[in-house]
Structure formats: structure tokens, C-alpha cells
Design a protein around this ligand. Structure first.
Ligand code: ZN
Length: 499
């Protein structure tokens, strides 16, 4: 598990909370209106607002802080494994994008174009990057000369724009989104494959060890892989509403991009050789999956690994004991802060404890410590878990170790609930009707033997908008004929609706 401690608290909350219209409480139900519920949680927990232009959002400090934790974790893992960060321009000349089209036939994202700069019409249109392969690859080609330059691994943290006209859903569907894109070049197939799997493993770890979301690893079927790629691998997470989220993808590109962009090197035998390349990306959709997985009808629920405040201390006083309750609370806050926890002492005079409880629940703070005159007298605190309200009276002595234990427990609870959802929602089917019926009734994943033909996916897709989200990386040999057409099965497919 990622360390709780060490990330400094990056967002202030107080002035922000106490002025303006404070509408506390979620009115929509996660179970009955998940779309509206999600939008309400995002807005009321102060993660994001809708921008004036359709399809864009404004990420507020509390939302951006979540991205920073994901970024910081992954960036550290990337650097430990030989990746360097770089930055390429926001704009890509049209001729560069055209060059990519030779390789990636079929990849035609809706591109936003700049046609004018100042008062001048541009001679060549500039695309706002929908992804950066076409501008990064020509530079890898220049930078790589000999086998000694390999492997070369470059990553950039940036945003990309895809002008798709769909309904805006913060962190899931926006025209501009934040992500990282890694691009690497290698001597041979196996080295590039190892790279592909290293990044997939790191994506799995960020979900499981930081976001408390179990994922399944697999690859996309041939017809759904990244155009031009040999293999597209994916981590998939199951949301409580039964839909799958593609959590991150890592592509083994083989030599197609290297051939198109002339990424070659002189090998040990002085032979000019075409490199093997990979690319891999994870976007802020991970934040969407985080919100959707753990939160409830009281608001946001966050694991302690990512929460801007891991512990909130709410002192409960009357006029005659105000001073001693506050002093005792401050002592505990100091101890926890010194130990590296992100802790907030909510000593606002103008709000009563009940209001404060609701507010911190809405904001997703994993652990609340309640301190009243009785706790002070007995040298105790009451610890309350956000996900389920479980509470314990604990000793003041050893508070640092106690808090750490409670945070571990909260993380474990969140992970276990998500894991249970996943385990209960992988079902088998061996006919078209059964696939349709099972997904229709329960959602989740349906495992079925599959011949490998896209038509057999289309037969499902056309009926209920479910698709093959992945096939397992290895093992899981099909034990029967294709569930849809009855021909010989090549592999086991996981059908699901997806975001
Ligand atoms: Zn078939």
C-alpha cells in the first residue's frame, strides 16, 4: 500500500466552506439515479464545476489534489523504472497528423483545429493534440542513433482534446482531459513486450494500492486494439452500477510506428535496424472510477491514501469547558501532524458538531475523531470511520499508532467492498440469449467462449450495447464452442457494458 504520510495537505478548506451558499447533503440516490448522483457528488464535494463551454470542466483544488496523488505515485514508479519526463507542443502540424494516418488507419478522433494566429491565417492548420504519437515519434527518430541509446523512454503529463459531442460527465467524458502518455523504443520484440507489461502492472498497482479498486488485467480483442498496435493491454475496473471502466491501457506497437516514423538504430553488428515501440496512458478517468466505486448517498468516500484530509478532529464543547477541550484537541492534532498525517482540527465557533460531521462526511474524510469533555477527562478519543460509521473509544496515549490502524482498516474495508462487487459479478454464459439475459439482469462481466470473430460481438452490441471489454492475458482456455455462433472457440471473452 502507498504510504499515507508524506504528502502535504495541498488544499485549504476553511474559508471556502464557511461563506456562500452551503447546500449540504446529497439528494440523489446512488442506486436509483447513478448519473445524477454522480454529478451531485462531484459538485457538492467541490471536486469540479462545469465550464462555460460544453464538454469542459473546471477542476477545483479538492479534485486536482486527487489527480496530484495519482500523478505523484505513478511518476515515482515511472522514474524508478527508467522513464524520463519531457514536454511536447500542444499543437501538431496537420502534415504530421497525416503521416500518422498511414499507420493508424481507423483512429480518427474528432480533432480541434487552429486555423488563425493573431490576425494571420495559418499556412498549415494546427491540430490541438488528440494524442502525441505523431509529434513524439519523429523526435525519437532523431534522438536514437545506436543500440546504446536504447531503451529510450519518454513520458509527458499533459491534457489532450477530443472534440466528441457527448454528454459531459466530469472525469469520464470531457472534450479535454488530463493524462500521461508514455512512449518508448526498444531493440527487440521481447524488450518492448516487457515494457508493455511493466506499465500495465504499474497501472494495476495505482488502482489496487492507492485507489482501493481491484482490477482485472487483460488485452483488447484484435478488432478493438489501438490502431497500428500489435497488442493493446488494459486494466478494467467494475463499477457498482455493473459497468466496466477501462482504467489504463498499455500498447505493444511492434514495428509499425517505428517503420512509419523511421525510428531505427545501428545494432552491435553495424546493421541499421528498426526499433520496437510501446505507448501507454492513464487519464483522470481514474478519479471518476474512484468517486463512483466508494462514495455513497452521504457524499464522497475516499481511501486515506488520497484524501486531502485523512483525519478530522471535531471538538465538542460547552462554554465552561471550551478551553480545555480545544487545548486537548490541539495536542492530538499536533501529534498527528508531526507524525506526517494530513489532519484538520475543525474548531469553527459558528458551526455545531452535527453540521461539521455532515460536512466532513460529504467531503469524504476517512476518519473522524470526536473529542468532548468526557474524552478529555478520561484521556480518550472517539474514532469514527467514514464508510460505515463504525466507532471506537480509544486511548489518548499511542494516538499515532491507533490512527494508523484505523486508516488501514478503512482502506481494507473499501477494498473488500469493491472486491466483493467484482467477485459477485463475473458470471458464465454459453449462449447468445444467456449473455444478453445475464448482462441485462445483473450487469457485470459475463465470461463466454468466443470464436474471435467481431460479428459475434456485434450480435451482442446491437442488442444491449455491451461489448467484449477484455480477453484474459493467459490461461482461461475456452471449454466450449463460441457462445454466439457455435463455431470453435479461440478464447474466453469478458462481455460487459462500459463507460
Ligand atoms: Zn462466434
Amino acid at each position: 500500500m502507498a504510504e499515507y504520510r508524506g504528502f502535504k495537505r495541498v488544499v485549504g478548506n476553511r474559508e471556502d466552506m464557511s461563506n456562500g451558499e452551503q447546500e449540504l447533503g446529497i439528494t440523489e440516490s446512488k442506486e436509483h439515479s447513478p448519473g445524477e448522483w454522480y454529478a451531485e457528488v462531484v459538485r457538492k464535494a467541490k471536486l469540479a464545476d462545469y465550464a462555460p463551454m460544453g464538454g469542459f470542466i473546471v477542476t477545483r483544488p479538492r479534485g486536482y489534489a486527487l489527480w496530484e496523488v495519482i500523478q505523484s505515485y505513478l511518476d515515482g514508479r515511472f522514474k524508478e523504472t527508467g522513464v524520463q519526463n519531457a514536454y511536447f507542443p500542444l499543437f501538431i502540424p496537420e502534415s504530421y497528423l497525416e503521416r500518422e494516418k498511414d499507420v493508424v488507419e481507423g483512429f480518427d478522433p474528432e480533432v480541434a483545429w487552429v486555423t488563425q494566429g493573431g490576425h494571420e491565417e495559418l499556412e498549415e492548420r494546427l491540430a490541438v493534440r488528440p494524442t502525441s504519437e505523431s509529434i513524439i515519434a519523429p523526435f525519437l527518430s532523431q534522438w536514437i542513433r545506436s543500440h546504446r541509446d536504447l531503451p529510450m523512454r519518454v513520458n509527458q503529463w499533459c491534457s489532450v482534446v477530443r472534440w466528441e459531442a457527448t454528454e459531459t460527465k466530469p472525469f469520464f467524458r470531457t472534450k479535454e482531459f488530463l493524462w500521461q502518455e508514455g512512449h518508448t523504443a526498444h531493440r527487440d520484440h521481447d524488450d518492448a513486450w516487457d515494457e508493455t507489461m511493466t506499465r500495465l502492472k504499474q497501472y494495476e498497482e495505482v488502482y489496487e494500492d492507492v485507489l482501493a479498486i481491484p482490477v482485472m488485467r487483460g488485452r483488447k480483442p484484435e478488432h478493438d486494439k489501438f490502431p497500428g498496435a500489435d497488442t493493446t493491454t488494459t486494466v478494467e475496473a467494475l463499477m457498482p452500477d455493473g459497468k466496466s471502466v477501462q482504467g489504463g491501457t498499455s500498447h505493444h506497437l511492434g514495428q509499425s510506428f517505428a517503420e512509419a516514423f523511421d525510428i531505427t538504430f545501428v545494432d552491435e553488428d553495424e546493421e541499421e535496424t528498426v526499433a520496437h515501440t510501446t505507448s501507454w496512458g492513464l487519464s483522470w478517468r481514474a478519479i471518476g472510477a474512484l468517486i463512483m466505486t466508494h462514495s455513497d448517498d452521504q457524499g464522497l468516500v475516499l481511501p486515506p491514501t488520497v484524501a486531502p484530509e485523512q483525519v478530522v478532529i471535531v471538538p465538542i464543547w460547552q462554554e465552561e469547558n471550551r478551553e480545555e477541550v480545544l487545548e486537548y484537541s490541539e495536542g492530538i492534532a499536533d501529534d498527528l501532524e508531526e507524525a506526517g498525517f494530513r489532519v484538520e482540527l475543525d474548531d469553527r465557533d459558528e458551526r455545531n458538531p452535527g453540521f461539521k460531521f455532515n460536512e466532513w462526511e460529504l467531503l469524504g474524510t476517512p476518519l473522524r475523531l470526536e473529542i468532548g469533555p468526557h474524552e478529555v477527562e478520561d484521556g480518550e478519543v472517539t474514532a469514527v470511520h467514514r464508510p460505515d460509521g463504525e466507532n471506537h473509544v480509544e486511548k489518548r496515549d499511542g494516538i499515532v499508532a491507533t490512527v494508523e490502524e484505523h486508516l488501514d482498516t478503512v482502506y481494507a474495508k473499501l477494498y473488500a467492498a469493491a472486491e466483493e462487487n467484482l467477485e459477485e459479478n463475473v458470471r458464465e454464459a454459453d449462449s447468445r440469449e444467456e449473455i444478453l439475459g445475464t448482462i441485462g439482469q445483473f450487469g457485470g462481466y459475463v465470461r463466454a467462449p468466443w470464436c474471435g470473430d467481431e460479428d459475434c460481438e456485434t450480435a451482442i452490441k446491437d442488442e444491449i450495447a455491451a461489448e467484449i471489454v477484455m480477453v484474459p492475458m493467459e490461461g482461461e482456455e475456452p471449454d466450449d464452442d463460441c457462445a454466439v455462433c457455435g463455431e470453435d472457440a479461440e478464447e474466453t471473452a469478458y462481455f460487459a457494458k462500459s463507460y
